[in-house]
Ligand binder design. Structure first.
Ligand SMILES: Cc1cc2nc3c(=O)[nH]c(=O)nc-3n(C[C@H](O)[C@H](O)[C@H](O)COP(=O)(O)OP(=O)(O)OC[C@H]3O[C@@H](n4cnc5c(N)ncnc54)[C@H](O)[C@@H]3O)c2cc1C
Length: 391
């Protein structure tokens, strides 16, 4: 019988593995499980706020993946049993055709969930919160920024590591851009509260601070939000901030079924960034944001870790061919447009993680071209992983 490889999560890391193994292990049964029948890309989501990005350009389906002979299952994984090699699925919008799957290799790439349960009052008032982080709430935030004429926007970044380090900064600066464009900026307070000592990633914090000063954005660092009400948040030091619009990123963690299976908390334990097997199980691997890696959580790292995970499976299957890969990334942070033109400028930064200590670099000059470059980069990833371009 051919071996079964099950991948939980058809996002950046999951699809990186699926595509590589579908090409190099043609005799194996490869199954990818994703909880939705589409994938919604992350990096340019914040530009939905300024209407510089549209939903249809960053959503992809799994049709082309299916054509490669990969089995695609739409379902929500709620439990895994690594001792008995079983994966359990709950019903999805496409019915409940499969409830339980067995595997020879399991790869965990479900990304992260946003967990506000440590914040007092979150249970009651979570509905008040928007963010750029998910498809529904970014739409709510856009609506508020384009319709409200006065108030106070509070943006929040939790303690690192969280997915996409500069996204809270991007939120504050793109909100500034929209409000300025509408001529209501002076009637709004924009406050960025950060649980870290510096805005993330720290090596661009100086340019962020300079830009915030020009935009009149208030920055409060080293303050964790511990309580929320209907129109206020409170930090650990007892300081209270009122809001009319809240864009609070909740602390990140891997989905609960990981911890419940004893595979790690809050992220999946792995042997090393190059050997992504779970310390206890040779047949359970993880990659992407869900994995406990000593690196920032971003798309390049997610993809690169997925190549290391694919290489490990190839090695265990005694395939000598490997995918060349190393850890390094280039990123672009949207810095908005101080004058309120809906033409976002970006900052380019990069990090080489092959050296110790890692070598960061940046171009402090904000450029429009970097925004366009980020779009080309994101579209290229989506085409490579999901097999088609959008027209
Ligand atoms: C707003 C935003 C901005 C970002 N900006 C950047 C950027 O500028 N640069 C950059 O490099 N990165 C950026 N990122 C981060 C980047 O998108 C992530 O690091 C990357 O997508 C992680 O890949 P992943 O495969 O681990 O998770 P994902 O790509 O999130 O994929 C996980 C998949 O698993 C599925 N899944 C989850 N739980 C289950 C379950 N229980 N059962 C079945 N399926 C499940 C999900 O539906 C999803 O399709 C950004 C992310 C966001 C949200």
């Amino acid at each position: 019988m051919s071996k079964k490889i099950v991948i939980v999560g058809g996002g950046i890391a999951g699809m990186g593995i699926v595509n590589t193994l579908a090409e190099k292990l043609k005799d194996k049964e490869i199954t990818v499980i994703n909880k939705e029948d589409f994938y919604f890309a992350g990096p340019s989501r914040p530009l939905i706020l300024t209407k510089e990005q549209q939903y249809d350009r960053i959503i992809r389906g799994y049709e082309e993946v299916g054509k490669k002979g990969v089995k695609v299952i739409i379902g929500n994984v709620y439990k895994i049993d690594p001792d008995n090699r079983r994966v359990y699925l709950a019903e999805s919008s496409m019915g409940n055709k499969v409830k339980e799957l067995s595997y020879d290799y399991l790869v965990l790439t479900p990304g992260i969930v946003y967990d506000g349960s440590s914040i007092n009052g979150y249970d009651k008032y979570a509905w008040k919160n928007t963010t750029v982080y998910d498809p529904g709430r970014v739409n709510v935030l856009r609506q508020r920024l384009w319709t409200e004429n006065e108030g106070s926007l509070v943006v929040y970044a939790p303690k690192a590591p969280y997915r996409c380090a500069p996204a809270p900064t991007e939120t504050a600066l793109l909100a500034h851009t929209v409000l300025k464009n509408r001529g209501v900026r002076e009637k709004f307070k924009v406050i960025h509260i950060d649980a870290n000592d510096k805005t993330q990633p720290p090596f661009i914090a100086d340019v962020v601070k300079e830009t915030y000063d020009k935009a009149g954005i208030q920055l409060v660092t080293g303050q964790e939000i511990v309580e929320m009400g209907e129109s206020y948040v409170v930090t650990k030091s007892g300081e209270k901030f009122n809001f009319t619009v809240l864009a609070m990123l909740e602390p990140n963690r891997a989905p609960k079924f990981i911890e419940e299976a004893g595979l790690g908390s809050p992220f999946v334990d792995v042997r090393s960034p190059q050997d992504l097997r779970h310390p206890k199980y040779d047949d359970v691997l993880s990659a992407g944001d869900a994995a406990k890696l000593p690196f920032p959580k971003n798309q390049e790292i997610a993809f690169e870790s997925s190549m290391f995970a694919a290489n490990k499976i190839l090695e265990m299957e005694e395939v000598s061919e490997k995918v060349p890969v190393q850890y390094a990334f280039v990123g672009w942070a949207y810095m908005g447009n101080l004058e309120g033109k809906l033409e976002t400028l970006s900052l380019q930064f990069q990090m080489d993680l092959t050296t110790q200590p890692p070598k960061p670099a940046k171009d402090p000059q904000l450029k429009r071209d970097y925004t366009l470059q980020k779009d080309r980069w994101e579209q290229a990833y989506l085409e490579r992983l999901f097999g088609y371009k959008v027209i």
